[in-house]
Design a protein around this ligand. Structure first.
Ligand code: KG4
Ligand code: ZN
Length: 338
């Protein structure tokens, strides 16, 4: 089954053609980073307008790159939420129109499920059940994943997402937006022990996170060292990254142990972080757990992951109606007892 995936929840307009839920025939991502960079964050109104400009060429590009024609597509999967409503509506409305015009089924997909399913686009995907750490600019959560349809949230951040903390720290250090990649690069050149930032473990038995404290600690350091913080950028980045990565790695490995899973996944934009990839892989190997992290181009927002989720839904006979609407808030919330 050939599925066209469409993603426009934030500041990336993306389309992809995926065969049978795992074979990526094409994946096109039009980034709006240059548009939002001067503002230090995503400006929702600008994002919607850019999606409108990009959606047709991006979809046409994905279809052409896949070496197919539009009438060979069997179904459409599109991000329904969570995200910016104005942005979501562009991809969502386009998908509805495309499916209607081509008389094919379509389905709305949760963006977070998309990130989790990105591991199925790689060779040797994890067997069920496994635990997944979703770390992105908007979310930081842990799930127990028991099937393509069943994601049980175990914990989430109580304040900032990990990617958000990276972006805010980058801003404090004058490194621009988005900041995750830059901090990651600087951290590799710094001494992680020169400045120690307290690890926000919260309860070590639970899977909730908190990153606002460490962000404030970096801010305090910058304020109290106005003359030296610029030249210490690499060490501050290294100290910050060491603290964040230690907590993320500890919690996902602990979740795997607690749930008796031999496999874990790390997904989302921050899964591109070299420090995180190295530490999780090392510590999980010590615990006899296999780690699955998508290749870099599948960590950030993309439409191949949306098509992967959509494939399973469409195959199971699920169909969306034309009265469906987008949603802005997270639906995958932790259950009371995890
Ligand atoms: O998944 P994503 O593309 O969008 C959301 O769904 O939020 O994640 C974007 C986030 C940004 O906060 C960005 O700074 C962060 O991922 N990021 C990184 C790295 N590359 C991107 N954070 C840390 N290290 C990286 N190498
Ligand atoms: Zn995302």
């Amino acid at each position: 089954m050939i599925v066209l995936g469409i993603e426009s929840s934030c500041d990336e307009t993306a389309a992809a053609v995926v065969c049978d839920g795992h074979e990526v025939r094409s994946s096109v991502v039009a980034s709006q980073v240059a548009v939002h960079h001067p503002y230090g964050g995503v400006v929702p109104e600008l994002a919607s307008r850019k999606h409108i400009e990009a959606i047709v060429p991006v979809v046409n590009g994905a279809v052409a790159k896949a070496g197919i024609t539009a009438d060979q597509i069997d179904g459409v999967a599109v991000t329904q939420g969570p995200g910016l409503v104005g942005s979501l509506l562009v991809g969502f409305s386009f998908a509805k129109g495309f499916a209607y015009a081509h008389k094919i089924p379509w389905i709305g997909v949760d963006h977070l499920e998309g990130h989790i399913d990105s591991v199925f686009l790689e060779p040797n995907p994890p067997p069920f059940p496994f635990v997944a750490l979703l770390v992105s600019g908007g979310h930081t959560s842990i799930y127990h994943v028991t099937s393509h349809q069943d994601f049980h949230p175990l914990g989430q951040t109580r304040d900032d997402a990990a990617g958000e903390a990276y972006d805010k720290v980058a801003k404090m250090l004058g490194l621009g937006y988005p900041g995750g990649e830059v901090i990651d690069r600087l951290a590799a050149q710094g001494d992680p022990e020169k400045f120690f930032f307290t690890r926000p473990f919260l309860d070590k038995e639970q899977f909730d996170f908190s990153f606002s404290g460490i962000k404030t600690a970096v801010s305090r350091h910058v304020q109290t060292h106005p003359k030296t913080y610029q030249e210490d950028q690499t060490h501050i980045a290294a100290g910050f990254q060491a603290a964040v990565v230690e907590v993320l790695s500890y919690k996902i490995i602990h979740a795997a142990r607690k749930k008796g899973c031999r496999h874990l996944a790390v997904v989302g934009g921050v899964a591109a972080n070299r420090g995180l990839r190295t530490i999780v892989t090392r510590d999980a190997a010590d615990a006899g757990i296999t780690v699955h992290i998508p290749s870099l181009d599948l960590c950030g927002d993309n439409a191949a992951m949306v098509a992967a989720v959509g494939y399973h839904r469409l195959k199971a006979g699920e169909r969306a109606g034309m009265d469906e609407d987008v949603y802005s808030r997270v639906r995958l919330r932790p259950a009371i007892d995890g």
